[in-house]
Ligand binder design. Structure first.
Ligand code: ADP
Ligand code: MG
Length: 210
């Protein structure tokens, strides 16, 4: 099932290539979709090197992360790659899919992205959708919410995070070059993070895993 999940996610990112690139044209250099599609294609190729017996979330996250780091130029690719690799470090081979695990994995990914990129919430980056997702999952964990409800809340938080990026000026990455003129546009990386999370949730629902 994990192979299908990676394929579903990669295919969706590849399908969103032009949309993400269009968003990056408004406030950056118009390559975010290309970068993400390149990473997704490299991830699919790397997955082919793995035998079915060795497939688990830990190995897959590490493989996908390395594929992004090694094959994608630009800012977002290596940052996503670091996020995936760092996420793989905190997950067990036989981890259960629950709110706690997801929150732990996402926290590690965010810590990795911040270690490399030094951005914080409100800088108009991918963190502006990733951090609201994490905070929502944290709250759901404390409230003892079941997974599907927690994912719905986290998805709402991600959408709100993307909307929020329209209201602020970029402080990191290429969009920071145009500063205040980036206001009014959503951040491409925040959108790609939201799409990745939305697609993950969709996969779980369509395959009756939640
Ligand atoms: P580049 O900016 O090099 O052209 P991309 O277009 O692929 O690379 O990615 C741009 C996205 O990267 C931005 O929309 C933003 O979300 C994200 N980004 C840029 N700098 C940082 C950073 N320091 N920390 C986190 N995310 C960042
Ligand atoms: Mg760009």
């Amino acid at each position: 099932m994990i192979r299908e999940a990676v394929k579903f996610l990669a295919d969706t990112i590849i399908a969103e290539k032009n949309y993400l690139t269009m968003l990056d044209t408004k406030i950056g250099d118009g390559d975010h979709g290309l970068n993400m599609a390149r990473g997704a294609t490299a991830a699919l190729e790397a997955m082919e090197e793995l035998d079915d017996e060795e497939l688990n979330a830990k190995v897959v996250l590490n493989t996908v992360g390395k594929a992004f780091i090694m094959n994608v130029g630009g800012t977002a690719g290596p940052l996503y790659g670091t996020g995936f690799v760092d996420a793989s470090k905190v997950i067990n081979e036989n981890a259960k899919l629950d709110v706690e695990t997801l929150e732990k994995v996402l926290s590690a990914a965010i810590a990795g992205i911040q270690r490399r990129g030094h951005a914080k919430k409100g800088d108009k980056t991918m963190l502006d959708s990733l951090m609201p997702i994490k905070e929502s999952l944290q709250k759901s964990k404390i409230d003892g919410e079941v997974l599907d409800k927690a994912l719905d809340s986290a998805m709402t938080a991600a959408r709100e995070g993307v909307e929020f990026t329209k209201t602020i000026a970029a402080k990191r990455g290429r969009a920071s070059y145009i500063g205040e003129r980036s206001i009014g546009f959503e951040d491409p990386g925040a959108v790609s993070s939201m799409i990745l999370f939305r697609t993950f949730c969709q996969f779980l629902k369509e395959n009756k895993l939640i």
